[in-house]
Design a protein around this ligand. Sequence first.
Ligand code: 13P
Length: 257
Amino acid sequence: MTRRKMLIGNWKMYKTVAEARAFAEQLGRSAHLLADSLDYAICPPVTALQTLRVVLPTKVALGAQNIYFEQQGAFTGEVSAEMVRELGARYVIVGHSERRNLFGESDEWVRQKVHTAVASGLTPILCVGEDLRQREQNETMSVVERQTMSGLSDLTGEQVATAVIAYEPVWAIGSGMTPSPEQAEEVIAHIRRVVSDTKGQETAKQIRILYGGSVKPNNIAGFVAQPNIDGALVGGASLEVESFVAMAQAMAGGEQS
Ligand code: 13P
């Protein structure tokens, strides 16, 4: 089976509700430029989910950027999987390096969040990736292996088959630096092997694995042309409609809906 390619925007802590609405209205006017052969999603701040659910073109799905792993309770400041699902989220980013590094999320928390996401009917986008020191010490493969195995450890092969992994080298995020498409392919092929070894070959063939880190309209085609790279998780370049559409078009190779 062929894996449908995905373009996912991670807005991080950008855009008020008014700004999100303006983006969605403008994207709506360009929706005919988004080829039907791809899957699209935007992961806005949680405050903008409800508005985007109403205004975004229907072919663009919604995701949350984070959830807590408990269903409810005295957890001030957190939101649950059910809460974001109610606002229209189908996906949730779990274990982004900003959450791991700035907010101290451990592999163990990430594992629990992935489990809760799946149990609640959300598709997790599990982020893995090495930092610069780890890369310089040749630890890239062992880091992504550990994060992948730990993050998926509670899931069955069937559940993993429909999940998404994003390989985001920490040093490439927001820096303008990227690995070459061939280097990203090598790591992503390794992640797919890890999935195959732990969850079976069929699962590994189905799971979608994206590249993320300084993806732009002018470099996305090189990444998604690699056999194991099923799309991109994009930060900065997903904030403007022009660049979002340009990336979609570069991925689809000029095809329109
Ligand atoms: P940039 O595309 O801004 O480098 O961010 C990547 C990222 O962290 C997406 O989750």
